[in-house]
Ligand binder design. Structure first.
Ligand code: CLF
Ligand code: SF4
Length: 297
């Protein structure tokens, strides 16, 4: 329920299935996979599959043009009445594909103005797009923040591509953390609700995520979602973390518990695919393939 949330925040979260634990039983979200490119390299990424920032690696989403995406949103909204939120979360980084991402938001805000818009990003390009995000009335942004210490970041990110140049090692991680935290502050200053996702990588950033939690809370993040690294060798090797295990359920819960009290923790994330459709935990994407949508009226 509303609990101790301010009324204006409650209005924004009450029917968002990710931002409100209660809403996820009643309201559905969908993702459209319009964003193939990425501007950084995460060691845990498998580029053949969806971005692991918001989604389960190992499933390949069907990529859509903005026009196909808008058509799909209308088709889904007319079939699933609880559909309240449209998110763009991959399969790469939405802000590394700004024309496609914002064109999709524009088409959907014209044809289905009641649908809330949501965006998930690695944050590198975020400060450049905050004003556009605000102009499109996107009220929910997720930033994946796995570290605030460039030495730890150097173990997670081999490179970032920034200002037409490739940076590596500690320099890359320093740029990334500065841009992520700056983007977070700019969004919260503008009243846009920010969730932070962190991928828990045992032995790399697990002990450090308490510090990440404090850093993002102090910059106005509303919710922190610590997700387990999914290492699934049957889906092919990830970029640079071969042999890296994910956390156990107990390790994940212990870390979430130690951050609780500092801020709201999300514990109902289902690590959706970049073309997920339906209630969290249910996957109706197969009902809405491009082939089916293009023949629907
Ligand atoms: Fe999608 Fe993400 Fe928006 Fe939700 S998912 S872009 S905030 S509408 Fe939700 Fe799925 Fe977890 Fe993401 S359960 S992976 S947190
Ligand atoms: Fe892969 Fe990381 Fe880019 Fe997502 S942000 S597509 S996980 S490199």
């Amino acid at each position: 329920g509303q609990g101790d949330l301010a009324p204006e925040i409650w209005e924004k979260v009450k029917n968002h299935p990710c931002y409100s634990e209660e809403a996820h039983h009643h309201y559905a979200r969908m993702h459209v996979a319009v964003a193939p490119a990425c501007n950084i390299q995460c060691n845990y990424c498998n580029r053949k599959y969806d971005c692991a920032n918001e989604s389960r690696p190992g499933v390949v989403s069907e990529k859509l043009t903005p026009e196909q995406a808008a058509k799909k949103v209308l088709a889904v909204a007319s079939t699933i009445p609880q559909m309240t939120v449209l998110g763009i979360a991959g399969p790469g980084d939405p802000l590394a594909n700004p024309e496609k991402t914002f064109k999709t938001f524009q088409l959907i805000s014209e044809t289905a103005p009641d649908i809330k818009l949501c965006l998930s990003t690695n944050g590198l390009a975020l400060p450049d797009h905050v004003d556009t995000i605000k102009a499109f009335n996107v009220d929910h942004v997720t930033i994946t923040i796995n570290m605030v210490d460039p030495d730890i970041g150097a173990e997670i990110y081999p490179w970032v591509f920034f200002n037409h140049k490739r940076y590596t090692g500690r320099d890359a991680a320093k740029i990334l953390t500065e841009r992520q935290l700056q983007g977070l502050e700019m969004l919260t200053e503008r009243g846009i609700l920010c969730k932070v996702n962190s991928v828990m990588i045992p032995g790399v950033n697990d002990a450090h995520l308490v510090e990440v939690n404090k850093a993002v809370k102090s910059r106005g993040a509303f919710l922190h979602n610590i997700m387990p690294l999914i290492s699934a060798p049957e889906h092919g090797t990830v970029f640079g973390l071969n042999g890296q295990r994910g956390p156990t359920a107990q390790e994940l819960k212990a870390l979430q518990d130690s951050c609780e009290g500092e801020m709201n923790m999300m514990r109902h994330c289902r690590q959706c695919r970049a073309d997920a459709v339906g209630l969290l935990g249910e996957d109706r994407s197969a009902e809405f393939t491009t082939e089916k949508i293009m023949t629907m009226d």
